[in-house]
Design a protein around this ligand. Structure first.
Ligand code: NAI
Length: 485
């Protein structure tokens, strides 16, 4: 029998986990549960990741973590336990399913517009690295890291998922009109890998247009793939379309370890009152059952859940106005009573494929370093210096230029991405951080050490906060231009 790790979490977590496991037990789901210590209290014991080493070992051995929501202590220095778990185990694809459910009243269900779509969100990269610095007291920066290999891993999963689920249309959401390199990687990789799946229709939409179209025509989408932060926002938007976070399951899928969890938080305002709706965790648990090969059990429980919702049974957070709500346990008991029943208004769930045995992951021998096959020649052509100054850009230029050798030239100064020297608009408000672009002249190819030496010279007159080297890859410039450059 398969064993999975469970962590009920904080706030309403233990209540909804108990409700879900009572349904699993009533359905005689052949699973064993190994509790692991992961919660707010573990942070307080001094484990900065929110879990002790034993919990980590158990999860790594079993390959599946089923978890309730967990509280991240507020304040500096502590990272979210949820994000840490997803990143630590490289669960690179976040799967969230959204569909109209009979019994869950929304503007779309009232209008007879059926929603049935999945959002797949890259789960490791992007601003979720949480790599941030104060460049000075006034200006902070966040690194938005997007890699080709990480994106490939994610996009391949997107198409494999579509193929497995019989999805015929996949949309890529992005902002590559503005972020040409980072979002460009997602869009280009998407179209590249799509060529291997000729039976699937593909298109792409700028994320703001996507948000508008999701609200206007949600029934025209089947599967949407996005980067991490955009995917986070868009998936909550989709949760809103189908009745809120309480109905949106979430799976974090990796090659070795996968995490299944409710999308909502710990709901401290209703914790301990048995008012919580366990549906999101139950839907996530149903996804988990399919993942570990217990497909027939997943279908049976899902049909009972849909039937129960159709009969109007509901917790206090949803349902017809004026109708009596039930508590968490009563809601779970209603589903248990309906095990074996089929929904009459929603389509009956009958997944493709037979039950199979889940094989826990084999621990990799070492960290997998992912390197692109394509390695074009890199040529250093200059550097961007990020400096702190409250002077006008022209004054900064007259400080820098005389200190540069003939092979290097100050070509542009920008402020918050907008050119302010050699030409500027008097209306461009500036902050006390400038980016000074220094480019090599007449095909001079500097080394990094040479450029750092120049920085050392310049630092007697200007306050350098950060340096980015400018590189060309053949005809491709590996850096963006300033607005107006
Ligand atoms: P929240 O999702 O906990 O609550 C927002 C609102 O939704 C509250 O009014 C709450 O009562 C209601 N709600 C949430 N889940 C519900 C359910 N199952 N049934 C009925 N009502 C429900 O979001 P909030 O307040 O922003 O975060 C609270 C804590 O949860 C924070 O410490 C946060 O870090 C943590 N959190 C954890 C997540 C996770 O473990 N994956 C995800 C989001 C937040």
């Amino acid at each position: 029998m398969t064993t999975i790790a469970i962590a009920p979490g904080d706030g309403i977590g233990p209540e909804i986990m108990e409700a879900v496991l009572s349904i699993f037990n009533a359905a005689q789901v052949p699973l064993k549960y190994q509790p692991v210590a992961m919660s707010r209290a573990i942070f307080d014991q001094g484990y900065s990741t929110g879990m002790p080493p034993e919990a980590r070992e158990t999860i790594e051995k079993l390959g599946i973590l089923f978890k309730g929501p967990m509280e991240t202590p507020k304040g500096k220095g502590v990272k979210s336990i949820n994000v840490t778990a997803r990143k630590l185990w490289n669960t690179y694809a976040n799967v969230r399913k959204f569909r109209t459910i009979k019994g869950v009243d929304t503007v779309f269900s009232r209008a007879g517009i059926p929603i049935n779509m999945t959002i797949l969100r890259e789960n490791i990269e992007d601003t979720y690295g949480g790599i941030e610095y104060m460049q000075n007291f006034d200006v902070s920066v966040s690194y938005r890291l997007i890699s080709k290999k990480g994106t490939e891993q994610f996009v391949r999963y997107v198409f494999e998922y579509a193929k497995r689920e019989g999805i015929t249309k996949v949309t890529c959401g992005h902002k590559s009109n503005i972020m040409k390199f980072t979002d460009g990687i997602l869009m280009n990789t998407f179209y590249e890998i799509a060529k291997e799946y000729p039976g699937i229709d593909v298109n792409d939409l700028i994320v703001d247009d996507l948000a508008m179209k999701l609200v206007r025509q949600p029934d025209s989408f089947q599967l949407v793939a996005l980067t991490n932060l955009q995917g986070d926002i868009i998936s909550d938007l989709c949760a809103g379309l189908v009745g809120g976070l309480g109905f949106a399951p979430s799976a974090n899928i990796g090659d070795f370890i996968s995490i299944f969890e409710a999308v909502h938080g710990t709901a401290p305002d209703i914790a301990g009152k048995k008012l919580a709706n366990p549906t999101s965790l139950l839907f996530s648990g149903i996804m988990m059952l399919r993942h570990v090969g217990l497909i027939s059990y997943a279908d049976k429980i899902e049909n009972a859940l849909l039937y129960t919702l159709e009969t109007g049974v509901h917790t206090g957070d949803f349902g017809a106005a004026g109708s009596q709500s039930v508590n968490t346990d009563e809601f779970a008991n209603a589903i248990i009573k309906n095990l074996g029943k089929l929904p009459t208004e929603s389509p009956v769930v009958k997944s493709a494929g037979e039950d199979f045995e889940f094989i826990p992951p084999v621990r990799p021998a070492a960290i997998n370093i992912m390197v692109s096959n394509e390695q074009p020649v890199e040529k250093l052509v200059g550097m961007d210096l990020f400096i702190t100054s409250d002077s006008q850009a022209s004054e900064i230029a007259s400080l820098i230029q005389p200190l540069l050798p003939n092979q290097l030239k100050l070509t542009v100064i920008s402020n918050r991405g907008t050119q302010v020297w050699p030409t500027a608009s008097v209306f461009t408000d500036s902050v006390v951080q400038y980016c000074c672009r220094i480019e090599s002249q007449d095909n001079f190819v500097p080394t990094r050490g040479y450029l750092l030496g120049i920085c050392e010279n310049l630092s007697t007159n200007i306050q350098i906060e950060d340096i980015s080297f400018l590189k060309d890859y053949g005809s491709l410039k590996g850096y963006s231009l300033a607005q107006g450059q």
